[in-house]
Design a protein. Structure first.
Length: 319
């Protein structure tokens, strides 16, 4: 969300000088969602960082906008459900509950693990949820509707990092892309990037599956830039190979495999047999195939062989 303070002098100018200064007070102007990126005169605020609410003041403003303007609802005496990050702290959960009951006056409030809901959306209650969204990437084993906290693993790479990697690639070659173009680069990522099935081989290839027109993008200022194959696959690769952004961490398929292996041996067969991909980042072309390829290779090293079934529902962008 974007925030801007409109001073008394600015309000007087907007009113043609007819309003008395004593009758005016500074106002706060807000813009939300994608519009915030285009409002360059507003200061950007991100109340949710990596799936965790870190700014309750601006989160309250955001929720007020959602309830009143987006949904047209009065929250008093309503029942509200909000999804929760798999590794959210108890203190943070309490703060959210306090806000919902004391500020929004809801009648009942439920905070539910997002991974558990993703699993429920497939009609099952036991399985592994491998979730990668805009700010978070997790592997969450769930048994009969309950997440197993001892085996939840997190990867500090998600959709926003892929976008940032693409920005870094542009800036390294002196392309006219700046940090303010984050939203435009995110659009490039969603429309052009794909996950390579063999990164090294494809990176050396001179064959680009996209035409020059398909890999060209016009920025708000009118500049047209070309997003070549190397940039597109390198940005997407970091979710499976975090070392490309200097992180000594396991990739997405690896944390999913480790999460399953941390569970009781009797449960592993059920988890391998129902792996659910969730989150918008997993919608990139080639993502499901690469994940399934790697998880099968890793599971093949386990002493007990088992069937592996990966479910990737089409509606998983918000699931």
């Amino acid at each position: 969300m974007g925030e801007r303070t409109i001073e008394v002098e600015q309000q007087q100018q907007a009113a043609g000088g007819s309003a008395a200064a004593s009758d005016l007070k500074p106002k706060i102007s807000h813009v939300f969602g994608n519009s915030a990126f285009a409002a360059y005169d507003h200061e950007l605020h991100h109340p949710v960082q990596r799936g965790i609410i870190t700014d309750t003041t601006h989160m309250q403003t955001l929720l007020e906008h959602i309830f009143e303007h987006e949904l047209g609802l009065q929250t008093k005496d309503m029942n509200v459900l909000i999804t929760d990050s798999p590794m959210n702290s108890k203190e943070n959960k309490q703060e959210i509950c306090k806000m919902m009951f004391e500020t929004f006056k809801v009648q009942r409030f439920t905070l539910i693990n997002s991974a558990t809901l993703s699993l429920f959306s497939t009609g099952t209650t036991t399985g592994l949820v491998a979730e990668s969204g805009e700010g978070t990437t997790y592997a969450v084993p769930v048994f009969e509707g309950y997440a197993l906290p001892h085996a939840i693993l997190k990867l500090n790479v998600a959709g926003q990092d892929i976008t940032q990697k693409l920005i870094d690639e542009f800036m390294a070659c002196k392309a006219p892309v700046e940090q303010k173009h984050f939203e435009q680069v995110r659009d490039m990522k969603e429309t052009m990037c794909h996950v390579s099935q063999n990164y090294r081989d494809e990176d050396r290839s001179r064959d680009d599956p996209l035409t020059q027109e398909q890999r060209s993008y016009e920025l708000p200022g009118g500049e047209i830039i070309e997003v070549n194959l190397h940039k597109r696959i390198t940005a997407a690769e970091i979710i499976f190979n975090p070392s490309l952004v200097g992180l000594e961490e396991d990739g997405f398929a690896s944390i999913a495999h480790k999460s399953i292996e941390m569970c009781d041996e009797d449960l592993r067969t059920n988890l391998y047999g129902n792996i659910v991909l969730a989150g918008g980042t997993s919608l990139m072309n080639g993502f499901t195939e690469r994940f399934e390829q790697e998880i099968r290779m890793l599971a093949a090293k386990s002493p007990k062989q088992t069937d592996i079934i990966v479910t990737a529902a089409l509606h998983r962008k918000n699931a």
